[in-house]
Design a binder for this molecule. Sequence first.
Ligand code: AMP
Ligand code: ZN
Ligand code: FE
Ligand code: FE
Length: 273
Amino acid sequence: MSEPKTQVFRADLHCHSTFSDGSYTPHELVDLALTLGLSGLSITDHDTTAAYPEVFDYAQTKGLLMLSGIELSASYREEPVHILGYGFDIASEALGKLCSHHQTRRERRNLTILHKLSRLGIAIDPELLQGQMGTCGRPHIAHLLMEKGYVGSIQEAFDRYLGEGKAAFDPGELISVEETIETIKKAKGKAILAHPHLIKKSSTVKAMLKMPFDGLEGYYARMLKSQEQKWLRLAQEKGWLITGGSDFHGATKPQSRLGSSWVNQEIFERLST
Ligand code: AMP
Ligand code: ZN
Ligand code: FE
Ligand code: FE
């Protein structure tokens, strides 16, 4: 006799759409989430909420619960720190302003990167970046480098030119962790420290644990079990929420599958209110 199938609530809270550096449109992400048996999803594009509010309606008609989300780029003493925002008001003026600020910061930074590439003998027309809707950054430049045959893979583009400290790298204007958390809170959202195990400096980790985050991302695709335990313990000690997601990008980063990390209904609901 076969066991009755109980539908377990799983919500993936970290993925990227074509409005940043993912290869699936928001609608395709909703469809894929349902195919994989997920009950909830949050699309967390880099520095933009452009997928919303339209995708809310689509998800609703399809029967998938959707939580507003974003992954904001911030810095602490020049080290990049990614901050997830959830359950915020998508009409928030403060968050809208921060996203516009990122847009301008990125336009300038992309031009600087293209200029550095041109000095290395690699000519890329800035107009080629114009077609991107939403956020445009290093992954898009990496793509052009590949298309034009300068590199054989996205990874090679980062390793040779675009990665931190490489010849065409530019950090652009830095936006602080403090300002980012404050903005998410002004928008009535929860501020979560994204993939904390990827922070390189222990001094940055120490400082982040003193910041007014609401939680950290303790479940993340391909995080080692030993790391996961450390972060779950730290979150519990601080009384922080523990979130999870795959950081799915589709073809842009094929290693992580949608739904490979997730949260239960209780966490999903606490982030929604
Ligand atoms: P940006 O926000 O423009 O600085 O680009 C950062 C994004 O580039 C990250 O979110 C990653 O998805 C991607 N990225 C960063 N480093 C690498 C790498 N070494 N290989 C491939 N993708 C990378
Ligand atoms: Zn990304
Ligand atoms: Fe990130
Ligand atoms: Fe991400």
